[in-house]
Each structure stands twice: as structure tokens, then as C-alpha cells.
Design a protein. Structure first.
Length: 375
């Protein structure tokens, strides 16, 4: 594999003070510190992430060591002092927020008349790319490739090809869900809990993707139908696909195949029932504290304060001012001021996450040692 070198980029954003962060003083800093500490073990040990990202700066690892030495019961005032002591906020250009969640669906370990659409295990010929690097001779937009039997690399089949059987027996079915729409949205969310007929629950976590570019089919359908984006939420999108057919060649299936990206999974039964799914950083996600970011720009473990007005607790718009932690990523999360808020697990989280498509202001907290600020 031949690759171009990753070039270090300047830290995005304009330096500001903590007093410039609207609502920062009213946040639950102890809760934010708990989520930050969840990332710190991986940062300090330099544990490989599930989806590799920009390397953490040495200053972040140093702050993490201090955080891990703190009493886990550290109160709100001390937690706030911790963040203000070790980090310097930087305001980004106006950004955009979406929401995601962990689906809970019914399924079966064997194909049945009710559950016939498979979710696939990672195939052995899939080779993940390195963020910021391109593979010689292949489209630089590809984030993963296929290693052929002779050792050469090629573009991995896209969604349409995989669904048509292009992988043969290379990608074994892990579990079967109700229909292609259910499977598609599990791909989009990147994880799921599956209720099996015997009453047990299995948890699926991300194990890789085919590297093909991600396309928002909701946005594509809005443009196709020429309707306001607010009229095409997740429920409306699912209904449209089911109404227009999910079999090959039907309009619903064709729409889903416009998203060439395809996700592979693995079972993880080690997680506690009350634990969130595993994000790209390899740590369990925390509702309304974990943020998915562009992994080419930001390292995992970085605190990010969000100032936005969102319908995050009900259908009513209200201020959302929270210190979050970069613990995940996504194919659609592109750009410095682009974030995806993790809302939790199940239908209530899905109901709240689905409508989130709102502007927001991002304040990235960068370690002071990395920007030359004395503590």
C-alpha cells in the first residue's frame, strides 16, 4: 500500500475566553467530566480506535492523566475549575448539528418469513484506510478498500453490488431483521440492540464499512420531491420507502442504493444493559454528552461546548448548551463545525434525534499546553 503523508493542519477556530461561552457556567460540569474521563483511558494508553482519527495531541494525554487521578465523585465546581484550568476554548464558524441513536429492533439469528434481511459480519478482504491518506491508484474518496487474492487493492463493492451478492460467502449474516429499511437505518446509526424470539438481546456494534462515499437519502428525496426538509423526518422517509417498494428495481430500494456506503457489524455481549453503544473512539457513548465529529480534523476525547436552540427534550425549541466530548464519527459528519449528538437508545431517543437538523455554535476546548497558554 502506497499512501501520501498526513500533513499537520493549524487548529481551527478563534481563541475566546470561557466567559464567551453562553451558558457554560450553568452546565453540569461533573457529568461532562465523567464522560471525558471515559475517553481518557484510551487517550493515555494510545489504544487503537475502532475508527481511527486525527492523533490526540500530547497535551490532551497530559490532561487526561490529571483527569484520571481525580476523585470520581468530583463535584460540579471542581469539575468546572478542571476544564478552565487545562483547556482554552476556540470558537468555530457557525456549524450544523444532527442527532443519532441506538435502534432497538426485533430480529432472528436465522432467516424466517418475518425476518429476512441480513446484517453482515466484516469480510476478511476489507482493508480500512488511514484518515487523511489516499491509496495510490484509487479514488481518494475511498476510506476502505478490498485486498484481492493476488494482494493488490481495489475499490470495495458498493451497497447495490453487495445487496446483489457481490461478496458471496465472504460476509456471513449475523442476524436478520424485518426488512431492508430496518437494516438501512441500523447502518446509518452504526449500532443496534436486537430482540430475539427467545427473549434475549444481542448488541451489534460497528465493525467496518466498505469505504464508499455516504449519501443522505433523506436530502436526496427532499430534492427529488421538491419539499421542505422539515417535512421529511425519519418516520416519513421510512414510510416513503416502504410505500414505494424495497425489492430490486423498485423506487424505495433504488433510493436506498443511492447511498453507496455499507456497514458491517459484530456482536458485543460484554456491554452492560445500561451502557451506551461503542463509538468510533472505542468507548461506550453517553446520551447528550457524546458527540460524533469529523475524525480527519479532530482527535477523540476533545471536549466541545455546543450552543444551539434545539427540540432536544420535546417538540419545543429550547437552548441546548452543553459541554460534550468527541467520542464518535460518521461518514456524513464532515467539516470542523459539524456534530452529531448521541441521544441514547430506543424509540424515545429515535423520536428526539430524528428531527435534529439545526445550526449551532461550536467551542472546541484545546489543551492549553498545545496553544502556548500558561496555566
Amino acid at each position: 500500500m502506497h499512501a501520501t503523508a498526513v500533513i499537520a493542519e493549524p487548529i481551527p477556530g478563534v481563541p475566546v475566553s470561557f466567559s464567551d461561552l453562553p451558558g457554560f457556567s450553568e452546565d453540569d460540569h461533573a457529568a461532562a467530566l465523567k464522560t471525558f474521563r471515559a475517553s481518557c483511558g484510551a487517550v493515555v494508553s494510545n489504544t487503537p480506535a475502532l475508527r481511527s482519527a486525527r492523533p490526540a495531541p500530547p497535551g490532551l494525554a497530559a490532561v487526561c492523566r490529571w483527569a484520571l487521578a481525580l476523585d470520581p465523585t468530583t463535584g460540579n465546581a471542581d469539575a468546572r475549575r478542571f476544564f478552565e484550568m487545562y483547556f482554552a476554548p476556540r470558537r468555530l464558524d457557525p456549524g450544523f448539528l444532527t442527532g443519532y441513536y441506538e435502534p432497538v429492533v426485533d430480529g432472528s439469528l436465522t432467516a424466517t418469513s418475518e425476518f429476512s434481511t441480513p446484517l453482515l459480519a466484516r469480510p476478511p478482504d476489507l482493508v480500512g484506510g488511514i484518515p487523511g491518506q489516499s491509496i495510490s491508484g484509487l479514488d481518494p474518496a475511498l476510506s476502505a478498500v478490498r485486498r484481492l487474492p493476488d494482494g493488490t487493492l481495489a475499490a470495495y463493492p458498493d451497497r447495490a453490488a453487495i445487496e446483489s451478492g457481490a461478496l458471496g460467502t465472504l460476509a456471513a449474516p449475523l442476524v436478520y431483521v424485518r426488512d431492508p429499511v430496518e437494516a438501512f437505518f441500523i447502518h446509518v446509526q452504526g449500532s443496534a440492540r436486537v430482540h430475539l424470539p427467545d427473549g434475549s438481546m444481542r448488541r451489534l456494534v460497528y465493525a467496518g464499512r466498505n469505504g464508499q462515499p455516504y449519501t443522505s437519502i433523506g436530502r436526496a428525496l427532499v430534492e427529488q420531491l421538491n419539499i421542505p426538509p422539515a417535512e421529511m423526518g425519519m418516520a416519513q422517509l421510512k414510510a416513503w420507502i416502504r410505500d414505494h417498494g424495497q425489492k430490486p428495481g423498485q423506487a424505495g430500494a433504488t433510493l436506498m442504493q443511492r447511498n453507496r456506503s455499507f456497514i458491517f457489524f459484530v456482536f458485543d455481549d460484554s456491554l452492560a444493559p445500561d451502557a451506551g453503544p461503542i463509538g468510533g473512539a472505542g468507548v461506550s457513548l453517553t446520551p447528550l454528552r457524546s458527540l460524533a465529529v469529523d475524525r480527519l480534523i479532530w482527535p477523540y476525547g476533545l471536549p466541545v461546548f455546543i450552543d444551539a436552540t434545539l427540540p432536544w427534550r420535546s417538540d419545543t425549541l429550547e437552548p441546548f448548551r452543553r459541554l460534550m466530548v468527541a467520542q464518535d464519527t460518521g461518514s456524513a459528519i464532515v467539516g470542523p463545525a459539524r456534530g452529531d449528538i448521541f441521544f441514547g437508545t430506543g424509540p424515545d431517543a429515535a423520536r428526539l434525534a430524528g428531527p435534529i437538523r439545526h445550526p449551532g455554535t461550536f467551542f472546541v476546548l484545546w489543551p492549553k499546553d498545545e496553544v502556548g497558554i500558561s496555566k
